[in-house]
Design a protein around this ligand. Structure first.
Ligand code: GLU
Length: 448
């Protein structure tokens, strides 16, 4: 039987990085085994349930490229949301839950109590077979011993999480429940409910939590907890997906950068690691740099331009060819798009802010005649292109009897405002003679 798995988030207005990884592992398993990946929005808590909160989830999954395979079709009030399937919404499945409640009541496995409906919980210990954690034997706690029954329909008529979660897994034919380890403590209840509903429970795979790099539990407020901040901070979805694959799963040979097709081929549940996974931002940044280097020029251009605009730079004031040429000098040089405003912003402004320490070191009276000589040579240079620019710098340095670096540093600082950046000869050529000379003049004025 082909596996059927699901990601079942509650719309809280937030997609936690751990939730995104749960979605990814479900998706990977479905793709690996040729199964079905279902998205089910667990939105029975009407107070928290807003369209905006659902959009956060859908946008997050779409950004990561985790497409789902099934859901209510067009014409159904439950969907589709954007020309694609579903997802399923629990809030639209009330009748299904009602039928199951009635069945339990009729069998005497549930009963009314103070306006609520309670489930008659198994008294015997329950064994939870888990593909990741191993077998877990769940005994009733002392308190539960006295009254293990639990509410499945609240007094306002709302069925609770445990119940709708199980009914849907049953109705949707879910074969494997892959979810965060925080749900292990609910699983005995779920298994008891499956049995009461005359069904075999699915197979469970509880995946370890994601911890902060210091080993503490990652909470909502921690840096990096929200999926959407990654897009804003200049990460590529393919880099984040690759990174998330490694958070709790490990391919043979300790491979790290790995094409998704190969992850899909290799992914399986028993290899999910049992210990909690620590979030390693440095590794993610490294992976991002690797993926960024491989981007097509077009996509690099689009995402870079977006990052620069977000950084407040007005690209529209510059010809498209200029913007493209400028960005080309940054490819392979930055690891995150969010570095670009600082790295390449000098192309798109006439107000250069100099790094104060570097200015003190480079804009000296001693350097003035040197830069002046270079300026004169550059002013005469035709064509104003990287190779002749480089040759000019070298020639002037030689005439002055100094190393080329003596000219490179103040020139770069004059043009970019700091001492690191794209290749100097290229950036000068792209700035063009007029702009480059104007920047040298501005710097010369300070070398007194
Ligand atoms: N709605 C639950 C959650 O977001 C789903 C748990 C499950 O996957 O069964 O944690």
């Amino acid at each position: 039987m082909k596996p059927r798995v699901r990601f079942a988030p509650s719309p809280t207005g937030f997609l936690h990085i751990g939730g995104a990884r749960t979605a990814l592992f479900n998706w990977l398993y479905a793709r690996h085994a040729g199964g079905t990946f279902i998205l089910r929005i667990e939105d029975t808590d009407a107070a928290r349930n807003t369209q905006a909160a659902v959009e956060v989830i859908l946008n997050g999954l779409r950004w990561l490229g985790l497409d789902w395979d099934e859901g209510p079709l067009s014409g159904d009030p439950a969907g589709p949301s954007r020309g694609d399937y579903g997802p399923y919404f629990q809030s639209r499945r009330r009748d299904i839950y009602q039928r199951r409640i009635e069945a339990l009541l009729a069998k005497g496995l549930a009963y009314e109590a103070d306006g609520t409906i309670k489930f008659k919980m198994d008294r015997a210990p329950i064994l939870i077979p888990d593909l990741v954690v191993g077998d877990v034997r769940r005994e009733l706690t002392d308190r539960e011993q006295a009254d293990p029954d639990f509410i499945i329909v609240r007094s306002d008529g709302q069925p609770v999480f445990h119940f709708v979660n199980v009914v849907d897994d049953l109705e949707m034919g879910i074969t494997h429940v892959i979810r965060g380890e925080d749900h292990l403590s609910n699983t005995a209840k779920h298994i008891a409910l499956f049995r009461a509903l005359d069904a075999d429970p699915p197979q469970y795979a509880h995946i370890p939590l994601i911890l902060n790099s210091d080993g503490t539990k990652m909470s909502k407020r921690d840096q990096g907890a929200s999926l959407m901040t990654y897009g804003e901070e200049g990460y590529l979805p393919e880099a984040l997906v690759n990174y998330l694959c490694l958070l709790g799963w490990s391919p043979k040979g300790n491979r790290e950068k790995m094409p998704l097709t190969e992850v899909i081929a290799a992914f399986d549940l028993p290899q999910i690691l049992r210990h909690n996974a620590r979030f390693d931002l440095a590794k993610l940044v490294w992976l991002n740099g690797e993926y960024l280097r491989e981007l097509s020029d077009e996509r690099f251009y689009e995402l870079s331009a977006e990052a620069l605009r977000r950084g407040g730079l007005e690209l529209a004031r510059y010809p498209d060819a200029y913007v493209r040429a400028a960005l080309e000098t940054c490819k392979g040089k930055v690891k995150l798009f969010s570095e670009l405003p600082a790295y390449a912003g000098f192309y798109f402004t006439d107000e250069i802010k100099y790094d104060p320490a570097a200015a003190e070191k480079e804009f000296t009276p001693e350097n003035r005649p040197r830069v002046d000589k270079l300026r004169a040579a550059l002013a005469k240079l035709e064509p104003f292109e990287p190779d002749p620019i480089g040759a000019t710098l070298k020639a002037v340095a030689q005439e002055l009897g100094v190393k080329t670096g003596v000219l490179v540093h103040p020139t770069r600082l004059a043009c970019c405002g700091n001492t690191a950046g794209p290749s100097l000869y290229h950036l000068l050529a792209i700035l063009g003679k007029d702009r480059a000379l104007a920047r040298l003049d501005q710097a010369l004025a300070r070398m007194v």
